[in-house]
Design a protein around this ligand. Structure first.
Ligand code: XUL
Ligand code: CO
Length: 436
């Protein structure tokens, strides 16, 4: 069964093409800084948005039909989603996918039934993977949708629910390993609180760490060699989420000895919600050796929630790729945790959304490489800290300095100097010159 008959394969046609079903910038074999675009940009389809999201919002029903000619919440529908997903990825030239357990199959009251369904669907997915060469980027367990998780999963007050969460993680890890996934994600959707009047924060955080530790132990035991990821997000659905941002999540991982097994999965829209730029979150992760993977989407600065838009902001994408290139690439990839706007409700729109996103990141990559090759920004930053390359600055860096010694130096010299200009506007001009 072919679902997307209107297109055979999305091809690169170059920047002047007016064909809506073509790439203008994503040219997978083009070499940038010694590597093919497709290697710089391992793109992934998000099972939940692309194959599941129908445009439902708080005010109304879905607008898009994703039944794929089957009755929903059946295994036949689950399989049709696999067929549609692999057809879509093949036609788009997307090499990876990401999933939650409950994106793949309908969840039953009895977890044993759900698990058997997961076994069945993952067999089917494996066949499709072999046929197409498409791979799994990461898997995760949805521990936020089920009402059981109303007080959290790892942070729940119910030991029974905690076990249920453990069972879901175990199975999601089994399936991720079975599908050869490169990573396993924890997004703590309900791991947080609304009010301190009913919450023991220390207890909850320790319990989350215990669950993660068990997940690592089990994962390593069954041969999972990839990275575990925390996906920081400050709010929504909870008022306070424990994984507020990269710095908070990294501190948590270090506190509980999880930092060797975990990295960050940074989502652009979550950075916005935390009051940071996407680039800030990437930099903080990278300098801590924890830049793992990216949920490539975009928020709306006029809205205070997670709009999960397809990324189209080339400036942001350039700054993202600048960080990724400087960090030496990702161990993970670029997952389009993005959905079409509610009125964009046709199958064609699924293609347009991903074409937009892939071209945005391809252009970002091209421009980031130009910024690096241009060298003026790097040179400026290097020179900015040059006073630490010699004399007293060198002593400070080598660890020889004491507070008394520095004080004596300052008093003797009667220091009156101010630092040189930060030259932000000049540097922004360079970015614009390269972008346009
Ligand atoms: C929610 C979100 C999730 C995670 C995976 O904001 O980003 O879809 O990516 O659970
Ligand atoms: Co995400």
């Amino acid at each position: 069964m072919e679902f997307f008959k209107f297109i055979d394969k999305v091809k690169f046609e170059g920047k002047d093409s007016k064909n809506p079903m073509a790439f203008r910038y994503y040219d997978k074999d083009r070499v940038i800084l010694g590597k093919k675009m497709s290697e710089h940009l391992p793109f992934a389809m998000a099972w939940w948005h692309t194959l599941g999201a129908c445009g439902v919002d708080m005010f109304g029903a879905g607008t898009a039909d994703k039944s794929f000619d089957n009755e929903k919440a059946t295994m036949a529908h689950a399989k049709a989603k696999v067929d549609a997903g692999f057809e879509f990825m093949s036609k788009m030239g997307i090499e990876y996918f990401c999933f939650h357990d409950v994106d793949l199959v309908p969840e039953d009251e009895d977890i044993n039934v759900t698990n058997a369904r997961l076994d069945e669907i993952s067999d089917y997915i494996l066949i499709k993977m072999k046929e197409t060469g498409i791979k799994c980027l990461w898997g995760t367990a949805n521990m936020f949708g089920n009402p059981k998780f109303m007080n959290g999963a790892g942070s729940t007050n119910s030991a029974e629910v905690y076990c249920f969460a453990a069972a879901q993680i175990k199975k999601a890890l089994d399936i991720t390993v079975k599908l050869g996934g490169k990573g396993y994600v924890f997004w703590g959707g309900r791991e947080g609180y609304e009010s301190l009047l009913n919450t023991d924060v220390k207890f909850e955080q320790e319990n989350i760490a215990r669950l993660m530790k068990m997940a690592v132990e089990y994962g390593r035991k069954i041969g999972f060699a990839g990275d575990f990821y925390i996906e920081p997000k400050p709010k929504e659905p909870m008022k306070h989420q424990y994984d507020f941002d990269a710095a908070t999540a990294i501190g948590f991982l270090r506190q509980y000895g999880l930092d060797k097994d975990f990295k960050m999965n940074i989502e652009a829209n979550h950075a916005t919600l935390a009051g940071h730029t996407f680039q800030h979150e990437l930099r903080i992760s990278a300098i801590n050796g924890m830049l793992g993977s990216i949920d490539a989407n975009q928020g709306d600065l006029l809205l205070g929630w997670d709009t999960d838009e397809f990324p189209f902001d080339v400036y942001e994408a350039t700054m993202c790729m600048y960080e990724v290139l400087k960090a030496g690439g990702l161990t993970g990839g670029f997952n389009f945790d993005a959905k079409n706007r509610r009125p964009s409700n046709s199958f064609e729109d699924m293609f347009y959304g991903h074409i937009l996103a892939m071209d945005t990141f391809a252009l970002g990559l091209i421009k980031a490489a130009e910024l690096i090759e241009d060298g003026r920004i790097d040179a400026f930053i290097k020179n900015k800290y040059a006073s630490f390359n010699e004399g007293i600055g060198e002593k400070i860096l080598s660890g020889e300095a004491t507070l008394e010694g520095l004080s004596a130096y300052a008093c003797e010299k009667k220091i009156t100097t101010n630092p040189d200009s930060g030259r932000q506007e000049y540097l922004q001009t360079i970015v614009n010159q390269i972008l346009f």
